[in-house]
Design a protein around this ligand. Sequence first.
Ligand SMILES: NC(=O)c1ccc[n+]([C@@H]2O[C@H](COP(=O)([O-])OP(=O)(O)OC[C@H]3O[C@@H](n4cnc5c(N)ncnc54)[C@H](O)[C@@H]3O)[C@@H](O)[C@H]2O)c1
Length: 353
Amino acid sequence: MNPIRIGVIGTGSISESHLNAYSLNPNARIAAICDINEERAGQVAKKYGAEKTYADYRALLSDPDIDAVSVCTWNNTHAPISIAALEAGKHVLVEKPLARTVEEALRIEEAVRASGKLLQVGFVRRYDPNVQMLRQFADNGEFGELYYAKASTIRRLGNPGGWFADVERSGGGPLIDIGVHVIDLCWYLMGRPKVKTISANTYRKLGNRSNVQHLSFYKAADYDASKNTVEDLANAIIRFENGASLMVDVSYSLHAKQDEGSVKLYGDKGGFEIDPTISIVTEKHNTILNIQPQTDSSAGFTGDPAFQNEINHFIDCIVKGDKQISPVEDGVEMMKILCGIYESAAKGEEIRL
Ligand SMILES: NC(=O)c1ccc[n+]([C@@H]2O[C@H](COP(=O)([O-])OP(=O)(O)OC[C@H]3O[C@@H](n4cnc5c(N)ncnc54)[C@H](O)[C@@H]3O)[C@@H](O)[C@H]2O)c1
């Protein structure tokens, strides 16, 4: 079999995870690299042995020697690049979030239908072996009905600035950037229930905390302390049509003692935690049991096997027609939830989807 010829569009921080994983997949070949920063595109092409370099994604997409692309660019470009790629007959793996708005997401979904090509949304945490294991437990009824979930990703000092802090390019702040991961995890593991109502708040109180001294944090390449148009904190309660509920809070800036991540789901037969580390809670013979599954990565999410699994799955879907784990429909549904949170917060009232 000829390997799937891959074009990677966007060569910033997350592209490394895609490129490393493609380079380790025997059915994939990195054929072309594109970035508006041509110098970086050239360096990356050299490092990964890609023959072609482009500064304009349209030129890459018109190349008949490319079968599929990874879209690793700013959120505002996900829709135009994904749609153009599908129309050019390429399969697409697009980073999360699928887009900035529900309208953009629906246009992408339409392009998937019209093209008959695959589009995978980069919900990488679904591909974590621990999550797949817990999904198996949930599918086999071990937890009964999962009726309550709680997710939290708190950064006390973690607004990366640059495009992340520019609402035009990002679509929003911590909610759309890091909240998307934990909301999606809960929603996926709860069995993708239909959302009924959302009540949410967003706050802009501390800004990017560029005044803070003696503590360093990740900054985007185009960091500018004077520019920040996104929320510091978002919280929400999401009610589903089946009666289940999800509570979430997520921040870039907060007077919190430390950074915290927690993802916990509760059912009527048992519960489980994913962050900070995995564990299962159940009841047997009138006794509560805390169970510690023994897995390769039981110490928490690191990203490594998950990115490799995500890329392998993308290639397997193309080559073998495997059933998709994170199809476009889920990306659209997630945009409805994220945008619903922003809408409820802006209106100051509960909204019905
Ligand atoms: N799955 C994850 O865990 C994860 C983690 C980080 C980022 N992401 C997502 O990946 C995407 C990129 O994030 P990042 O942290 O790598 O950002 P980054 O700023 O490090 O890199 C983005 C790159 O895209 C390039 N770019 C922008 N517009 C372009 C265009 N029209 N054509 C070609 N290149 C273009 C920029 O020049 C830059 O090199 C975002 O959507 C982000 O949400 C996902």
